[in-house]
Design a protein around this ligand. Structure first.
Ligand SMILES: [Zn+2]
Length: 506
């Protein structure tokens, strides 16, 4: 979608659909709406009454303009009286996209035009227009979709607004890449094809890419990662992508769980819980999406993306409960439940990252536990870290990104659940606090690195549309990570006395 700025008055915008926000149904103080109403012959009051339009948030009224203004359709979007200008912009972008699935062009009138509002409206517009139709054929394949959209504003040459559109586009397109990867069926998206895709996308942006096949992973000694792969006919892949800007004071490593299909291994899942298990690579999708976005935004922060990808299947060589493996970090691990495979893959990837990247901050994204969804519901991710400042910054970032996290405790008291009779550590605990004990297991492998674990099992995948996210893959995590990196970029800029490096978006 091509997104531009235009100084057209609403009535002069020659587009298929003109979207305009309505704060309250009595709009006598809203100049844009008054002017539009005048052009339409004073019909808005009657339309509102006839259709029961009360300007409630997300309420929409779509009416044909019948030649009274240049646009073919008018989309009136309720914003409510209490929502901030940022939230209003998100609502408008999203509803404009939803109402335009059969239209080619749109124009949006934001209640407040600023780089910040244009950025988020761009994100929800591109995100809202997302559809996954790779496997639809013939008449089942949706046609068209919005090709261009303009934000109406006073200054179409504004650099700040143009940059905001670029930033919003980079983020939303990266989110959509993550969605595509999660939605792709597991017979087509496996560790090998995931690595090929990651390499192609990273090389388009001139990023450093290193992909390891099974031999290299064996040579490195990632035995926990390899244990999970034993039951699969497809090779595992270890992927490392590095974005190294010239100017950076901080090195952040993101580690992603990339289980392209999780049958549970010998501790087989029941069919009903297995059907969506292609989504178990959502952490790797987010990790790839965020490094691509960081590079497109040219953020002055060094970003490493590390992905461990395999299937968890039950071939003859499959790993067993009771097996003991020696991790890359040297710790011996007793296997309890083969369906708790993600933490094994992550343990070796985290240990490798600590040793080889030596990041200032290390963040992992993983669809790690069902227990996390029991605790927080399906639309919120768990956030674990000892660093309260880091947690706070990440939560602030998530608000700008329109994603939801909740900080959970790394309760030392639960660590004894992981005591093993024959090895250094068991890889799962008891029935209670399963998301916490998973985090405590990961903590065994991070050394003294400043680390944060994000359990995205719930929000990474939707059974149906939820909020502004679609059914299926959501791309959860990308937008917050980008906002977080932008906060770090502000630090880099102020250290250098250069505010221009981190422009208007924050
Ligand atoms: Zn599993």
């Amino acid at each position: 979608m091509r997104i531009t700025l235009s100084t057209d008055a609403p009535k002069a915008a020659a587009v298929d659909i003109l979207a305009i926000g309505v704060r309250r149904k009595k709009f006598d103080k809203d100049e844009e709406l008054l002017a539009l109403d005048k052009a339409l012959g004073g019909v808005l009051d009657e339309w509102f009454k006839d259709e029961g339009f009360a300007a409630k948030p997300n309420q929409v009224l779509k009416v044909p303009a019948r030649g009274r203004v240049k646009a073919k359709w008018i989309l009136l979007v309720g914003l409510g009286t209490k929502n901030s200008d940022m939230e209003a912009a998100r609502i408008l972008g999203y509803q404009a996209a939803k109402a335009s699935s059969r239209q080619k062009s749109a124009a949006i009138v934001l209640p407040e035009v600023s780089p910040a509002t244009v950025r988020v409206a761009t994100e929800t517009l591109i995100g809202g227009a997302y559809r996954y139709a790779e496997y639809k054929t013939g008449t089942r394949k949706p046609k068209g979709g919005l090709a261009r959209c303009a934000f109406l504003c006073a200054d179409a040459k504004s650099t700040g607004l143009k940059k905001a559109i670029q930033a919003g586009t980079a983020v939303a397109e990266s989110v959509n890449i993550a969605r595509d990867l999660v939605n792709a069926p597991p017979n087509d998206l496996n560790p090998v094809t995931l690595a090929e895709f990651a390499k192609t996308e990273a090389e388009k942006l001139n990023l450093e890419v290193d992909v390891w096949d099974k031999k290299k992973i064996e040579a490195a000694g990632m035995n926990l990662f390899l244990a999970v792969n034993r039951g699969s006919a497809v090779e595992p892949r270890f992927i490392h992508i590095a974005y190294k800007p010239k100017k950076s004071h901080t090195k952040v490593a993101f580690v992603g769980k990339g289980l392209t299909f999780d049958a549970g291994g010998l501790c087989l899942k029941p069919g009903k819980s297995m059907v969506d298990m292609k989504c178990d690579m959502a952490g790797s999708a987010a990790t790839l999406g965020l490094v691509l976005a960081a590079a497109r935004l040219e953020l002055p922060v060094e970003v490493h993306a590390i992905i461990g990808s395999t299937e968890n299947m039950l071939g003859a060589a499959a790993y067993r409960p009771g097996d003991v493996f020696t991790s890359l970090a040297g710790k011996t691990v007793e296997i309890i439940n083969t369906d708790a495979e993600g933490r094994l893959v992550l343990a070796d990837c985290l240990a490798w990252t600590v040793e080889n990247i030596k990041p200032d901050i290390m963040v992992d994204h993983a669809t790690l536990t069902g227990a996390c969804m029991v605790a927080l519901g399906p639309h919120r991710a768990a956030l674990y870290t000892h660093d309260s400042d880091l947690a706070q910054t990440y939560e602030n970032a998530s608000e700008l990104a329109d994603e939801r996290f909740w900080r959970m405790p790394l309760d030392k008291g639960l660590r004894k659940q992981l005591d093993s009779f024959i090895a250094d550590v068991k890889h799962t605990g008891g029935s209670y606090g399963g998301s916490i004990t998973a985090a405590l297991f990961l903590e065994e492998f991070v050394g003294t690195t400043n680390w944060m674990h994000l359990d995205i099992a719930g929000p990474a995948f939707n059974d149906g549309p939820a909020g502004r996210t679609p059914k299926g893959g959501t791309g959860f995590g990308v937008a917050t990570a980008v906002r977080f990196l932008e906060y770090l970029a502000l630090d880099t800029a102020s250290d250098d006395g250069d505010e221009s490096a981190a422009t208007a978006e924050a």
